[in-house]
Design a protein around this ligand. Structure first.
Ligand code: URA
Length: 230
């Protein structure tokens, strides 16, 4: 929606009135007067018309440490969801930028900014996601080599980006992948007959969980970085 359409609708006074306000320099967009009615208006632009605030939405970005057993969804009849852990009056406005399985712990990002969440989840952006993985069997060299080469998933018709694998012990590793397919890591290991016994997400792009950030706790960050591939 452009600024003229928004003002006309929001004030209920129509386009002629909105045009007048623009011509008279009474429309202030993010601190500056604007006269061009075709200027696009986004959800988080701050807009004043003749001294009245017409729009002042706050962008929310939440880094949540998801505990095991909590569902990555906004609503569910049976299980507690990540939204239930956000004790804020605006929690219902949030959506998820990527999910974790119910048993998986670690970083989940919640936001009310769909452009931001899309930038994190769009496959072409290849945003790295790093996990600590524990397995029921030793991780052989051929598994590591296959992960590093990328793997094909027929159902999704994809070949994964080369993953980064750092072996921490015979049965644990730090794994970075660039997609977010359903049960992706469990399916990658299952190809080799290995079951994932513990999975924890440490980071998404440049967002990290810190040690003091206990399960169930969250942190609101007030800005975001354009370089999500860092
Ligand atoms: N891969 C999985 O198998 N599960 C998750 O929760 C995340 C990645």
């Amino acid at each position: 929606m452009n600024i003229l359409q928004f003002i006309a609708k929001r004030t209920g006074l129509g386009k002629r009135h909105a045009k007048k306000l623009l011509e008279n320099g009474e429309i202030i967009l993010n601190g500056d007067p604007v006269s061009d009615g075709t200027t696009p208006l986004s959800k988080f632009d701050y807009l004043i018309a003749a001294g009245d605030v017409l729009q002042s939405n706050t962008r929310r970005i939440i880094l949540l440490h998801k505990p095991a057993g909590i569902l990555s969804a906004t609503k569910d009849p049976n299980y507690k969801t990540v939204i239930d852990l956000i004790n804020e009056p605006w929690a219902a406005e949030l959506h998820l930028a990527g999910r974790l399985d119910r048993a998986t712990t670690g970083l989940v990002i919640l936001t009310n900014d769909s452009s931001f969440s899309e930038s994190l989840t769009r496959p072409g952006n290849k945003v790295p996601k790093t996990y600590l993985v524990e397995t029921d069997l030793p991780i052989p060299a051929e598994t590591i080599a296959a992960f590093r080469n990328g793997m094909s998933f027929a159902k999704e018709k994809i070949h994964t980006q080369p993953a980064i694998v750092i072996l921490l012990s015979e049965t644990s590793c730090r794994l970075t992948i660039y997609e977010g397919k359903h049960h992706q890591i469990k399916r990658m290991f299952l190809r080799f007959g290995i079951r994932v016994t513990k999975l924890h997400r440490e980071s998404i792009g440049s967002y990290h969980l810190h040690h003091e950030h206990a399960p169930g706790e969250y942190l609101e960050v007030d800005s975001y970085f354009s370089d999500l591939s860092a």
